[in-house]
Ligand binder design. Structure first.
Ligand code: EPU
Length: 435
């Protein structure tokens, strides 16, 4: 069913107030669901939001023979004991890039896997060469036939290997950690990604018997062994740092007083530094962030020449789009340098049509000049994160906007409108029957 959001903007007024709670992190939950394949028994997952990507991952695992059930609100049970298929469903895999993380545990446990080129957000080329090359290093044979990769091992076992990533990759790091857990011997991963979601996965795996060293550093060593056992241990998803950062940017732009709760401020240090430097009155607690008496309009002065997206702890590419909206309201000129994905500045065209003064220099760089008032528009959500940036932009803008294609926002954020209404946003979800 097609749905859209109707947003009545505030026209630059900073009047939102109240509390907003942060959900569990999508990009930590998806690899942990995939990790169930490494287990002899099942386990419980907690703090799981009701988002489309969790549903797709559940379906994908279900097609393979795993059992995934929702125990209660935000609580899932997962058991891959009955898993007996090794071919990833084409339709679902083409909807979600994260399907690729299933390949590591499947290959490690059963010695074979086949999968189509994964789809997902259209934010750049998103190659999978690291995965194919890494599996080869671990002794697997790879074939590409009829639009599918077929990867298999000789003795149904991967061998430990030394793998160097030319660029730190989040899902490749997670995939090869999981592959290493059941591989023969030691796997050494170098130049790995440092995103906190990887630690969240490692910590759970280690608590269930995996031998993984070096989490949080650029080299990770895994000593392969037998199937893991949860023995009643529960996984608790870390708070979503991208959701935290996005609400913080929304608060900086549109809230008078806002408290973001159930979050981990340390995971978004860089954003907090930038916003504080720009004059946003932020108070950081242990698990909460407050914006207080944020009553001046367009008073932020962005210090520095701009933002550059980088691997953690640098500025997250997933917060780049919301940050561009912030920069449209700061005084002066800022350079936005998107170094990770070459398609992630495409949303800027729409923000320009809302009245922003942004020059796209090339697929990776844009100059934002502010402050500029934004006007309402009809928009099409292009991906999860730019979709949320559109929500922020339309709340900030003057007039009534429409955001179409909100399935993409639902992929990463649970019923965002209900949470926004509670802090004073005028936003409505309209289904196709009402259109
Ligand atoms: N890369 C390659 N070859 C590969 C894999 C990656 O060249 O085989 C390159 C990519 O093209 C990119 C760079 O490595 O330039 C880093 O990309 P990475 O592999 O880290 O991205 P990802 O693992 O596919 C995850 C998140 C993304 C997030 C990026 C960067 C998940 C499920 N996805 O993607 O999240 O943007 O890391 O932090 O964890 C989102 O949630 O909306 C989202 C897109």
């Amino acid at each position: 069913m097609k749905e859209k959001f109707i947003v009545k903007g505030l026209g630059g007024k900073k009047i939102l107030s109240g509390k907003i709670k942060i959900n569990g992190a999508k990009n930590a939950i998806l690899p942990t669901m995939a990790a169930s394949i490494l287990f002899k028994d099942g386990f419980e997952l907690n703090n799981i939001p009701n988002i489309e990507d969790v549903k797709r991952m559940s379906e994908l695992l279900g097609c393979l023979g795993s059992e995934v059930s929702k125990k209660s609100e935000n609580k899932y049970l997962i058991n891959s004991k009955g898993l007996n298929k090794f071919d990833l469903d084409r339709k679902i895999s083409e909807q979600m890039r994260a399907s690729i993380i299933l390949t590591g545990p499947l290959l490690a446990r059963f010695g074979q896997v086949s999968f189509p080129v994964p789809g997902g957000c259209v934010i750049g080329a998103r190659p999978i060469d690291f995965f194919v090359a890494g599996f080869k290093k671990m002794g697997a044979e790879t074939k590409f036939k009829n639009d599918r990769y077929y990867i298999s091992t000789k003795n149904k076992k991967l061998n430990g290997a030394k793998i160097f990533f030319k660029t730190p990759s989040v899902t490749a790091t997670e995939t090869f950690i999981m592959a290493g857990v059941l591989a023969k011997g030691k796997t050494i991963l170098k130049n790995v990604a440092l995103e906190p979601e990887i630690d969240n996965l490692i910590n759970f795996l280690v608590s269930c018997g995996a031998k993984i060293k070096g989490g949080g550093t650029t080299t990770i060593e895994i000593v392969g062994g037998t199937l893991l056992e949860a023995k009643g241990k529960k996984y608790i998803a870390m708070p979503d740092r991208i959701e935290t950062g996005s609400f913080l940017i929304l608060g900086a732009l549109c809230a008078k007083d806002l408290e973001i709760t159930n979050c981990n401020p340390n995971d978004i240090d860089i954003l907090i530094e930038i916003l504080k430097d720009s004059g946003v009155p932020i108070k950081v607690g242990k698990t909460s962030i407050k914006i207080e008496k944020n009553d001046k309009i367009n008073n932020s002065q962005f210090k520095g020449s701009g933002i550059k997206t980088k691997e953690y702890p640098g500025f997250p590419t997933d917060l780049q789009a919301p940050m561009v909206i912030f920069l449209t309201q700061t005084t002066g000129e800022s350079l936005v340098f998107e170094t990770i994905f070459e398609g992630r500045l495409n949303f800027i065209e729409d923000i320009t049509r809302m009245g922003a003064d942004i020059i796209l220099l090339d697929p990776h760089r844009a100059i934002v000049r502010g402050p500029k008032d934004l006007r309402a528009r009809e928009l099409e959500s292009p991906d999860i994160r730019a979709g949320l940036a559109f929500v922020i932009a339309t709340i900030l803008a003057k007039g009534e906007s429409v955001i179409n294609n909100i399935y993409l926002i639902d992929r990463g954020y649970e019923r965002i409108e209900e949470r926004l209404i509670k802090i004073g946003v005028d936003i409505k979800r309209i289904s196709s029957e009402e259109i």
